[in-house]
Design a protein around this ligand. Structure first.
Ligand code: FAD
Length: 97
């Protein structure tokens, strides 16, 4: 049996899909990522990720993992408008419930 890993296919090009494709690229000769939406150039809203309209938080461990997979991603995200802050010291959450 041929055990050469030649081609992996990932469906969905958001956080999980892109991270999965990144990991698989270490193990497969070719990775194809299939995304239903046409991806915008910048940080713009699109139909496939309606939750993107809500503010999202990336915790420290997640950022640490992202940096190992995509060196320099924090600088890139900040340059695209991501805000950085210390969750415990600099954040207040108001809930109306
Ligand atoms: C209101 C709200 C607030 C949230 N806040 C946070 C937060 O602060 N921090 C946090 O970590 N998480 C937060 N989450 C959770 C986070 O948004 C999800 O866990 C995360 O977006 C899931 O990522 P995903 O890549 O698995 O899926 P998605 O981001 O949903 O991406 C799925 C992708 O698959 C594509 N797709 C779907 N069907 C097909 C198809 N048939 N063919 C090809 N492509 C397809 C879509 O277009 C999309 O790009 C929040 C969620 C909600 C709803």
């Amino acid at each position: 049996m041929d055990t050469t890993r030649q081609h992996a296919i990932v469906i969905g090009g958001s956080m999980s899909g892109m991270l999965t494709a990144r990991i698989l690229s270490d193990h497969y000769e070719r990775v194809t990522l299939i995304e239903r939406d046409e991806l915008p150039e910048g940080a713009e809203l699109r139909d496939g990720t309606p939750q993107a309209r809500h503010a999202h938080i990336l915790l420290g461990k997640g950022l640490q993992i992202l940096e190992t997979l995509f060196p320099g991603i924090k600088v890139e995200m900040v340059s695209q408008g991501a805000a950085t802050q210390h969750w415990g010291r600099e954040t207040m959450v108001y809930r109306d419930c």
